[in-house]
Design a protein around this ligand. Sequence first.
Ligand code: 3PY
Ligand code: MG
Length: 252
Amino acid sequence: RSNRLRALHAERKLILSAWLSIPSSYAAEVIAHLGFDAVTIDLQHGMIGFDAAVPMLQAISTSNAIPLVRPSRNDPAEIMKLLDAGAYGVICPMISTREDAERLVSTCRYPPTGTRSFGPARGLLYGGMDYLSGADKEMLVLAMIETEVAIANLDAIVATPGLDGIFIGPNDLALALGRSPKPEHDDPFVIERVEHIRKTAAAKGLMTGIFCSGPAGAVQRVQQGFDLITPGNDVMFLRNVLNSAMAEIRGA
Ligand code: 3PY
Ligand code: MG
């Protein structure tokens, strides 16, 4: 199975990814069928471990959305298990150095290119029996840029062979710059740093992604030129919709 996100990026089309923090295969299934291009399972800040992620990947497989994961850290063992479970891309948190980025890419590629161990259990079911021949090409590798050290090393990170893109974690990035965590910051210094990261990565032809606080923030990021947009996570949307439903009813 080819990774449609690469084709969308090549055609300069917007990629929308849902972001799951609730450990539920049913929620994953419902959200995956809404028409998102990708669905990302968040094992870093979501309430999700590997055992919960597997049925969520199975649920996403019933839709056209490409299954992505955010692992809890740049850990080859965890990332390789998630790829074996059928993830077609990795958005890895806290990539701060060239070495971090090289290790991440190597984890997602089979020898002789990388160090990924062979055993693509669900990968074969999702990707097809020719999984091995296409895996290195299909797995999308995105490095999260969200530290001050990463900004200092940005040129070296974006030049990492095999890296497909970057994904900005705006909350951690703002914190690292001494500001309060906020997806769409009003602080000019944070705004400038975010645009610097986007431009530097885009100049290398990399996919540029970012996490947003909701539809308004997402529209702003699309207009800024980001390729891969996460409009918010499941809990944020659930909370907002239920809060406004309650307010509407109680205010009637
Ligand atoms: C951040 O904003 O730091 C993220 O990692 C997005 O979830
Ligand atoms: Mg973060």
